[in-house]
Design a protein around this ligand. Structure first.
Ligand SMILES: [Zn+2]
Length: 241
């Protein structure tokens, strides 16, 4: 029997997801129509993603589109409302976790994008700040790729599936933004907030050496990977691949 698609506004997490996007706009982490968010259906028959081009400072639960798990490729030309242009990115990251709640959040936080633009590796930059490392795993940065492209979606999926260590909570997209995951929209939001705060501190201080730790991007030649140490985030965060 085929289940009918649920009415988007019946999903309780959508109120939280909408509030997160409104807050991100207030904080200047996106401009009016930027960013997107998806939340998994509790039975994993698909996910709900914010519609394409909607105004984020007034986002409401009725502006989400249901995407069935089995659906592949672009939506039909007459689909309305259309899902976010980053649908493929959401589809690939949502598919990395097969059960339980999951939010995938894409934003353009100013200082995080500036840190990437300045040549920092986000995982290295955060390594000496317990405020981040205790709770948030920062993955390898994704290189500059066209927004809404399949290449970007594939690169994001790869960044959330590291060869070593557990799944990160957040990855940076060079010249673009971040993708964060969490068990709820506000949990994903907190990962963005912690990283953005540290990027703001580091950029405010400049790229000088403090306490023997060199933040200069040129000083780091090894790829940044989460070490998988038993932090609180490992115990409480998203770990399934
Ligand atoms: Zn974007």
């Amino acid at each position: 029997m085929t289940m009918p698609a649920p009415a988007a506004h019946e999903h309780p997490t959508l109120a939280e997801a909408s509030a997160v996007m409104r807050k991100a706009y207030e904080l200047g982490w996106i401009s009016t129509r930027d960013g997107n968010i998806s939340v998994a259906m509790s039975d994993r028959r698909g996910f709900l993603v914010s519609a394409s081009g909607v105004v984020k400072h007034s986002l409401v639960p009725t502006q989400f589109v249901f995407v069935p798990r089995e659906q592949v490729g672009a939506p039909s030309a007459d689909a309305y409302p259309r899902p976010s242009g980053e649908l493929e990115l959401h589809r690939r990251v949502q598919a990395l976790v097969s059960q339980g709640p999951l939010t995938v959040l894409h934003l353009h936080p100013t200082h995080t994008v500036a840190a990437l633009y300045a040549g920092h590796r986000l995982a290295d930059l955060c390594a000496n700040f317990p405020e981040v490392t205790r709770y948030t795993r920062v993955g390898a940065d994704v290189p500059a790729l066209p927004a809404t492209s399949e290449e970007l979606a594939i690169a994001c999926e790869a960044a959330f599936r590291p060869a070593l260590g557990p799944m990160p909570h957040i990855v940076g997209l060079d010249r673009h933004g971040i993708v964060a995951v969490g068990r709820s929209p506000w949990e994903a939001f907190e990962h963005v907030e912690r990283l953005e705060h540290i990027c703001r501190i580091v950029l405010s201080a400049g790229t000088t050496i403090h306490g023997g730790s060199d933040f200069s991007p040129a000083a780091h030649t090894e790829p940044a990977q989460p070490d998988g140490s038993p932090t609180e985030a490992n115990m409480n965060g998203v770990t399934e691949r």
